[in-house]
Design a protein around this ligand. Structure first.
Ligand SMILES: [Ca+2]
Length: 214
């Protein structure tokens, strides 16, 4: 065997070995895709059983795969929250996504609805966030649940998803007033041209404002 043909033979063996490796990678990708599709189906089934019909589900992955003659490598691209987009109809503000659910329901049902969307009832932690919500959701013309509650201790308002005491607040004048001793949940509502908060009974039906990380 001459030197050039010897090289060609080695190259062919390397190519065949890599082709086999690539085929295996593609098969793995196919299995991976099927697993993801099963995950979508399971998620849809689970939420449907709970009375919710999801029109679309997203699992976001960013992977990078590089193959050379010495093998393949892959890495996950980490995208910062501030750079990620919000899915579907969620609106984005400073690394978070927000959605207003127009269906009117009690606070507990609203909280569950947000969790099923991989979020929580919205905590509002700054004047700029409160103003943005007012502008973005058409002035919040109808009241919507937010995450604040004083269920655990009367008058001690906390964000239920984190347990943290409220630092920024936007209570309407005279609120929270715990009217009739039955108001332990909070709603946001446009009053006087800005988004103001009210404490109300947790069992009344209102819209729901959900929030999650981008
Ligand atoms: Ca009140």
């Amino acid at each position: 065997m001459t030197f050039p043909s010897f090289c060609l033979c080695i190259a062919a063996i390397v190519f065949l070995t890599d082709a086999k490796s690539m085929t295996q990678k593609l098969l793995n990708l196919d299995v991976h895709t099927k697993n993801l599709q099963n995950l979508h189906a399971q998620f849809q089934k689970l939420t449907k059983a709970k009375g919710y019909l999801l029109t679309e589900t997203h699992f976001e992955m960013k992977t990078k795969t590089i193959c050379t003659h010495s093998g393949c490598s892959s890495s996950v691209e980490v995208v910062k929250g501030s750079q990620r987009n919000c899915p579907g109809n969620w609106k984005k503000f400073r690394g978070n996504c927000y959605m207003l659910l127009s269906k009117k329901q009690n606070q507990e049902s609203g909280k569950i609805a947000c969790k099923l969307l991989n979020g929580n009832l919205a905590d509002i932690t700054s004047e700029s966030e409160n103003t943005w919500l007012h502008k973005t959701f058409n002035g919040l013309k109808d009241t919507a649940w937010i995450d604040a509650t004083d269920r655990a201790k009367e008058g001690e308002w906390r964000w239920s998803s984190t347990g943290k005491l409220l630092k920024f607040t936007a209570w309407w004048k005279g609120e929270p007033n715990n009217s009739n001793g039955k108001e332990h949940c909070a709603v946001a509502y446009t009053t006087g041209g800005k988004c103001a908060w009210y404490d109300v009974s947790c069992s009344i039906s209102r819209q729901t404002l959900c929030k999650k990380k981008a």
